[in-house]
Design a binder for this molecule. Structure first.
Ligand code: 0O2
Length: 233
């Protein structure tokens, strides 16, 4: 057991590096939105490495023996949570992550269109990040959870009061499902407003572009007239 803990501590270095790598990629996405898109859908980002107690707890819940080999099979020792404003933003973020060739996506878990029985909603990406330490390369599993503020509000409270409590009281579970439904309805209404605004902005941008184009054309015309005038005079 002592040997295993030592080995696990060595592995922590890989997890730490993968976490930092992932943070860099997500920060780059954040900056990309700020500079290029002129709008940033990311509300906030958190990252973490699962504690040894949580890893042991998860292995036990999965009926797996506590070993380094089994711990390495867990896909969420390194985790990142990206909280966005609106449902639509979740897909914008997924596209940006997919465009990063350094991130290999191994699995997508869509708990938005197919929420968990509890009512939990989020989009999970299980990814592999290559890490090299002391000449030894390892691909490290990381879990990226993408949620709206509303989904995160629900999940945080449910995590505190219900998740992992083994409470199978159906009436209580139904109450949680009902709160999840209310949060989802609110999220959908907010998303509609967001899409409407986005559409208007595009229209507005197109109009502005047309005005700018006709302005540029008139300058060009004026320039031509002037040049003609120059040759005659
Ligand atoms: P913690 O304490 O948040 O880290 P896996 O072994 O990961 O392949 P699992 O755990 O069924 O199998 O994967 P899943 O369903 O994708 O869930 C992974 C994580 O999503 C969980 O990690 C939670 O963070 C979150 N999650 C999933 N279901 C629920 C839910 O019903 N309520 C809440 N609040 N969060 C949920 P952990 O390690 O279970 O927990």
């Amino acid at each position: 057991m002592k040997y295993q803990i030592k080995e696990f501590e060595k592995n922590i270095l890989y997890y730490e590096t993968a976490k930092r790598q992932l943070e860099t990629y997500i920060t780059a996405i954040n900056n990309e939105f700020e500079v290029i898109e002129d709008y940033n859908p990311i509300n906030h980002i958190t990252t973490r490495i699962k504690s040894i107690e949580s890893i042991v707890g998860k292995l036990k819940r999965k009926n797996l023996t506590i070993s380094l080999k089994n711990a390495e099979k867990l896909t969420d020792i390194v985790g990142a949570r990206i909280i966005v404003d609106f449902i639509e933003n979740i897909y914008e973020i997924i596209n940006k992550i997919k465009a990063n060739k350094n991130i290999e996506i191994v699995e997508e878990r869509d708990y938005i269109t197919k929420p968990k029985v509890s009512g939990y909603r989020a989009y999970h990406l299980i990814v592999l990040i290559p890490v090299s330490i002391d000449g030894i390369n390892k691909d490290i599993y990381c879990e990226i959870q993408i949620r709206t503020i509303a989904m995160d509000f629900w999940a945080t409270n449910e995590h505190k009061l219900n998740y992992k409590t083994n409470n199978h009281d159906l009436v209580y579970q139904k109450k949680w499902q009902e709160t999840a439904k209310k949060v989802w309805d609110l999220d959908k209404s907010m998303n509609e407003l967001f899409l409407e605004k986005k559409k208007n902005n595009i229209k507005h941008d197109k109009n502005r572009l047309n005005i700018e184009l006709s302005f540029l054309k008139s300058i060009d015309k004026f320039g031509k007239l002037k040049r003609l005038g120059d040759t005659s005079g």
